[in-house]
Write a protein that binds this ligand. Structure first.
Ligand code: ZN
Length: 342
């Protein structure tokens, strides 16, 4: 029987302390070479087991093999020089030193395909795999070759399509593209961002998702959120076109955010991964709080299309807090399931 309100996470989960320093974003690996690969596989097993113990229905690798959700992917491409760094403003928000695009970009080898195959071997549950979205990739680089955000995004979309097809072939059920940049560059999203995403999913038979959030709970993001006023209406700018797109699911932030819940009406018909867990605080939600967020979302999302989820990745949290939040998500979803089937 099909599970009602299947739970999942936006993507990343904390890493064990023997693999990388916990509670630090983008923290360097503690192992190298062969030891790193087997360490990452062990971490993936642990992360999977924690999701299973919490009763999460759609599981992931917890992003145990990547340091950064965009950069790790780009490291596997040619045409990008990681020695040649420039300072750019990411998502119009904070400055960072980033690699430079110096020539035509291409995928010289599969990026996550072996990791996905490994995850597939560990479980018969539905698995979701996250990839960076084309626009967010462009926004994390300095482009000295194409000199056009749109052109570079189209190139990345083609590369992501190659990777996505191989992920599908090893048994990934849902491929998710992380596009936090969709919450910032509305004109570009509507002009070419969504089209690039459709190029990235071309020909796929598995389900596809886009994750649009307000970011990890890091200072640059929490400071930015303070400037957004009492209502966060960013989704309103991109939802109408996303509703018309071929993307199956939309993953978004709800709990503790100032997103007016009625904006969900704009994507009626899509499957929605409703963020019912705040990743910017160590406070663990109660199951009743989770249930409350889900009940609100149910006013605008049909029950068979609602997927309880986290607002964003949980990599920067302690493992204990992340575990508590996964348990709360499951328990909260369970409350609403019982109400729906009563
Ligand atoms: Zn996110």
């Amino acid at each position: 029987m099909k599970t009602l309100l299947p739970t999942s996470t936006a993507g990343s989960l904390p890493k064990p302390s023997w693999l990388a320093q916990p509670e630090v974003l983008w923290s360097p690996w503690k192992l190298q070479d062969e030891e790193l690969i087997s360490g990452q596989q062990d971490a993936l097993r642990v992360s999977l087991q924690e999701q299973q113990q919490a009763g999460i229905d759609i599981v992931s690798d917890g992003e145990q093999t990547r340091q950064h959700f965009v950069t790790t992917f780009i490291e596997h491409l040619s045409g990008v020089d990681f020695e040649n760094r420039q300072t750019v403003k990411i998502r119009d928000r904070y400055e960072a030193s980033v690699p430079t695009v110096v020539g035509p970009v291409s995928r010289t080898r599969p990026v996550f395909v072996e990791d996905a195959r490994f995850l597939r071997q560990q479980t018969g549950q539905k698995i979701k795999w996250a990839l960076p979205g084309p626009m967010t990739m462009v926004d994390t680089l300095y482009d000295d070759h194409y000199k056009s955000r749109e052109k570079l995004a189209w190139e990345f979309a083609g590369i992501l399509n190659q990777e996505a097809k191989e992920l599908e072939a090893v048994g990934v059920d849902i491929i998710q593209f992380d596009e936090p940049a969709f919450n910032v560059f509305f004109d570009e999203v509507n002009a070419w961002g969504i089209k690039c995403l459709e190029r990235a999913i071309e020909g796929l038979k598995c389900e596809t998702a886009v994750h649009i959030c307000y970011g990890y709970g890091i200072k640059a993001n929490t400071d930015w959120k303070k400037t957004l006023g009492s209502e966060w209406r960013q989704y309103e700018e991109v939802f109408p076109k996303l509703q018309q797109s071929n993307i199956d699911m939309i993953s978004l932030e709800c709990h503790n955010s100032r997103v007016p819940i009625e904006l969900l009406e704009l994507i009626r018909g899509k499957k929605v991964m409703v963020g019912a867990i705040d990743v910017a605080t160590d406070t663990i939600e109660t199951p009743e709080e989770v249930a409350d967020t889900l009940r609100k979302a149910l006013q605008f999302v049909d029950a068979d299309k609602l997927y309880p989820c986290t607002n964003c990745g949980m990599a920067p949290l302690s493992r204990e807090v992340a575990r508590g939040k996964l348990n709360a998500l499951s328990a909260g979803a369970d409350i609403v399931r019982r109400e729906l089937s009563a």
